[in-house]
Design a protein around this ligand. Structure first.
Ligand SMILES: NC(=O)c1ccc[n+]([C@@H]2O[C@H](COP(=O)([O-])OP(=O)(O)OC[C@H]3O[C@@H](n4cnc5c(N)ncnc54)[C@H](OP(=O)(O)O)[C@@H]3O)[C@@H](O)[C@H]2O)c1
Length: 275
């Protein structure tokens, strides 16, 4: 079985990332991975045939596969599907793997009681399901257009910071290296039990990475502003402060009405015909 290995102190071999979910986040992380020279195996619920044009666009480092094939090939797996479907992730096959969890709880049309009453964070639930895997939460707090837009090489002054959380230090080390390689600095928010600090509606969620689109901006201009405007990079120290200076939210979960209409419009367009 392939798996990220600590080849020396603070160095992991990450040659292939397996991606489960080829929506806005999965495709964006695939693009950044390929750009950094990392192989990707992409999978979704519709099967590899649905990924033909995406694979052609991504080039020779990318392959489409079944979910099992994506997991088998991966040094790191990215699970980036809607949270209500997390229990469909194949726990047996993922055992022994490092799994990046990008998923967020938006309780729209469903509820999870253990999240509503703050018994667990959403990533703790994912970890409880994925017995034997090491779950690391990451990339859940930055909107997809801005993941692509803000990726920068190491030491670039425009490089921004995202938080990670996980219960296993080795797994966190591997994920940190992967994220550093594709364009971001990281800060450690602690174990999964602390990952509420960057769940939806917290200060480090969404707003530090997205430009303000003034209300009433005409559609074309709103698209341009939203998709191409850089915001000031979030430095690691500032990210740590945002993580520290937050309270656990009640009610739990994200709300769509606080996102700019252009974000929702782009999502609708992206998913058109799929759901
Ligand atoms: N969009 C954002 O800006 C953003 C930012 C941060 C975090 N997130 C979170 O990241 C996750 C993914 O978001 P997204 O916007 O990329 O979602 P999305 O565009 O709706 O795409 C979801 C993907 O998951 C696949 N999928 C659904 N159920 C599956 C299953 N049971 N097994 C395998 N694949 C499955 C879908 O397959 P098909 O393609 O075959 O339908 C689709 O490719 C969500 O939990 C979201 O909350 C999103």
């Amino acid at each position: 079985m392939s798996q990220a290995k600590n080849t020396s102190e603070n160095s992991y071999q990450i040659s292939t990332v397996g991606i489960i979910g080829t929506g806005q986040i999965g495709t964006t992380l695939a693009r950044l991975s390929v750009r950094a020279g990392i192989n990707v195996v992409l999978s979704n619920s519709r099967g590899p045939e649905s990924l033909r044009s995406l694979i052609a666009e991504l080039g020779p480092l990318a392959k489409a596969g079944s979910i099992s094939e994506a997991i088998e090939a991966a040094d790191i797996v990215v699970a980036t599907i809607p949270l209500p479907n997390y229990q469909s992730l194949p726990a047996g096959e993922l055992a022994g793997k490092t799994v990046i969890d990008t998923m967020n709880y938006y309780p729209i049309g469903y509820n999870i009681e253990d999240l509503d009453n703050n018994k667990f964070t959403s990533s703790e639930l994912v970890q409880q399901h994925l017995i034997g895997a090491e779950v690391v939460k990451a990339f859940n707090n930055i909107p997809y257009p801005h993941i692509a837009l803000h990726a920068r090489p190491q030491n670039d002054p425009g490089r921004t910071t995202i938080p990670i959380a996980g219960d296993d230090e080795e797994a966190k080390g591997a994920v940190e290296q992967f994220i550093n390689t594709i364009g971001y600095d990281t800060v450690d928010a602690g174990p999964l039990a602390e990952s509420w600090r960057f769940e939806p509606m917290t200060p480090i969620y969404y707003w530090p990475y997205a430009p303000v689109v003034p209300e009433g901006t005409p559609d074309a201009e709103a698209r341009r502003i939203y998709q191409t405007t850089f915001v000031d990079p979030l430095r690691p120290a500032a990210a740590q402060t945002l993580l520290k200076e937050t309270d656990r939210k009640v009610p739990v979960g994200g709300r769509l009405d606080i996102l700019p209409p252009i974000h929702l419009k782009l999502y609708e367009e992206f998913t058109k015909g799929r759901y």
